[in-house]
Design a protein around this ligand. Structure first.
Ligand SMILES: [Zn+2]
Ligand SMILES: [Zn+2]
Ligand SMILES: [Zn+2]
Length: 466
């Protein structure tokens, strides 16, 4: 816990240990060390209440060497399956293997010494026929849709608003636990088949609701994880075999590049980017399984801790969130596995809106003035961040959320223009801000609430739809 930056939890364990073994030297030293580290991260010399210690840590994103569930995402089998699913929700699209510019590290322009842009293999979505401006491209509903709303009632399955009392069309409750209500018979039946049986009348979601505001994003991700566990139990499928989960790329790094030395002095290394806390990654999911009456020891094959981390890797970076209309807090989160096959570009040819379903349609305007619409054979370019943001902010978002600078044409063009305009000063400030995160950020920025312990700005990994 200490090494990955969860100081509050680490301190709590010391306390519990010292209760059992008062005066234990090793525990006392560890506790002292944690307190000093917390003061450093909070940039204070004064006494700090352990309740206020930073507790957001980071761990690796990787395909664990014993994980046999990851499919070959570029195999014919995978593409055939995805294209069968796409035929139902995006009949004019086809999934293909494509080459994408590798997310940048320190380079401003992202170009190698010899002028080529490094690329890597990814899946992408392509038009199989011409798509006109404003034409619908995809309409997807996902069982991985959750909400933390306690203010006004949302459909348990699709999180759309339930009809008002007295409306002609009424919500459809579960026959057994009447507090779970669906917007329609369709959502009711869908929930029973996919996930609700495992959680019926067990208040599983309650574990992740009612939390501190700064925990909102973490708890929405925990709800997503809980939903995946409920789907796994209801359908009797391993969580990593769920079709909604299996083909998502979790921004995994090779085990070797994750295995960098980590010293308690320095906090988690910058290559570790998966948010981690004792509650969200360990006790939360285990509590949920216990409420589902799953014997986690007997079912360790399905519900081991590394499986939770693998699910989080897949959700963090692909989940979208919708905010509450009244207070602006993220309230609904969802993962749309087919929608997220469409890669990001800061000059996208499609736009999305997410109500009951995720809807993608062709934009009627391109940022660089190109003709709108998508021609047969062209790639569908989605947008995962607010494309109105200036290049620097878009790139910071990508660094925090995707793990590297966006290398799309527009970003490279605008970064070059900015570089030319600002001269060397911009280069220095960007490099020191973003890349030498180890030292500079740790010293100066760590206490900022929105900063992760490795100096990467906290972008909670949720795309927000307003
Ligand atoms: Zn619904
Ligand atoms: Zn029920
Ligand atoms: Zn870009």
């Amino acid at each position: 816990l200490l090494l990955c930056g969860c100081l509050k939890s680490a301190h709590e364990f010391c306390e519990r240990g010292l209760e059992k073994a008062p005066g234990d030297e090793e525990l006392k030293q560890a506790q002292e060390y944690i307190v000093n580290l917390a003061k450093r991260r909070l940039k204070t010399d004064a006494a700090v209440n352990a309740e206020d210690f930073p507790d957001q840590g980071l761990v690796r994103r990787e395909v664990y060497p014993w994980n046999d569930y990851e499919p070959d995402r570029y195999s014919k089998e995978t593409l055939d399956f995805l294209n069968e699913e796409l035929a139902k929700v995006a009949p004019k699209c086809v999934a293909l293997v494509t080459e994408l510019p590798t997310l940048g590290d320190e380079l401003l322009t992202g170009v190698d010494a010899d002028g080529t842009i490094p690329t890597n293999k990814q899946l992408g979505l392509f038009a199989r026929e011409d798509i006109a401006p404003m034409e619908t491209v995809l309409l997807e509903i996902s069982a991985l849709t959750v909400n933390n709303s306690q203010v006004y009632p949302l459909c348990d399955a699709c999180s759309s608003e339930l009809p008002d009392v007295g409306d002609e069309q009424q919500g459809v409750p579960c026959e057994l636990c009447t507090e779970t209500v669906y917007c329609s018979q369709e959502c009711h039946d869908f929930a029973m088949e996919t996930y609700h049986t495992a959680v019926c009348d067990r208040d599983v979601d309650g574990i992740a609701k009612n939390s501190h505001q700064r925990e909102t994003a973490n708890m929405l991700h925990l709800l997503l994880l809980g939903r995946a566990l409920a789907m796994s139990e209801t359908q009797q499928i391993h969580p990593l075999e769920l079709k909604e989960v299996k083909y998502i790329w979790g921004d995994f790094l090779p085990t070797s590049s994750n295995a960098v030395p980590s010293s308690p002095q320095a906090g988690p290394p910058p290559v570790w980017t998966l948010p981690f806390s004792f509650r969200a990654n360990i006790t939360g999911p285990l509590d949920m399984l216990e409420k589902m009456e799953v014997d986690v020891f007997a079912d360790i094959e399905k519900y081991d801790l590394w499986i939770f981390n693998t699910l989080y890797s897949k959700f963090r970076g692909t989940a979208s969130a919708r905010v509450n209309k009244l207070d602006g807090r993220p309230e609904v989160a969802a993962v749309h596995p087919l929608w997220c096959l469409a890669n990001h570009d800061c000059d996208p040819n499609v736009q999305w809106e997410w109500g009951m379903r995720m809807k993608l349609w062709a934009r009627d305007r391109r940022i660089d003035g190109r003709a709108p619409g998508v021609l047969k054979g062209e790639e569908i370019m989605n947008h995962y961040c607010d494309i109105e943001l200036p290049v620097q902010e878009r790139r910071e978002w990508a660094k925090g959320s995707l793990g590297g600078y966006c290398m799309c044409d527009r970003c490279r063009r605008e970064a070059k223009e900015e570089e030319a305009a600002n001269g060397v000063a911009a280069v220095v400030s960007m490099v020191s801000d973003m890349s030498i995160a180890n030292e500079i950020s740790r010293a100066h920025e760590l206490s900022a609430a929105n900063e992760q312990p490795n100096g990467v700005p906290e972008v909670n990994g949720i795309r927000q739809a307003s």
